[in-house]
Design a protein. Structure first.
Length: 138
């Protein structure tokens, strides 16, 4: 278990240390690329503090969301992925804990959450991810 926590801390440290170098972003809906932006175009949609609030998502909590991600976002530095997140759509909003309610964000009539699948954690977002999804939602 300790090595798992160590790997998790290393992954978080890497992202925090490299986040300012992110120069491109790619948004997928299923297998299809919906948006690919770099430099100035991407900066508007990149999370300024990507791991400011992180919460482990239990299997029971994961069941509150649709199984398949609504979107997938890849944050890159010089065309190499730094980290990737899924955007999960809330399926059963009445089941959201108070903490999770503070982490979801609306797009139209639906609610979404950023999910770091690699670490099974949800991330709080700034308005940048929300703005990206609102602009490219289909």
């Amino acid at each position: 278990m300790q090595s798992r926590e160590k790997n998790e801390q290393e992954a978080i440290s890497l992202i925090l240390n490299e986040a300012t170098k992110i120069d491109s972003i790619e948004l997928f809906q299923g297998e299809q690329t919906v948006f690919r932006g770099s430099d100035g175009e991407a900066k508007n949609f990149i999370e300024k503090y990507p791991l400011s609030h992180v919460k482990k998502l239990s299997k029971k909590e994961r069941a509150i969301f649709e199984e398949e991600p609504a979107y997938h976002i890849v944050y890159k530095i010089k065309d190499k992925p730094l980290y990737e997140v899924d955007i999960l759509k809330v399926a059963i909003s009445s089941e959201l804990s108070e903490e999770l309610q503070q982490m979801v964000f609306p797009i139209g009539d639906d609610q979404y959450m950023i999910y770091w699948a690699q670490e099974k954690k949800v991330l709080e977002q700034s308005t940048n991810t929300q703005r990206l999804l609102e602009q490219y939602q289909h």
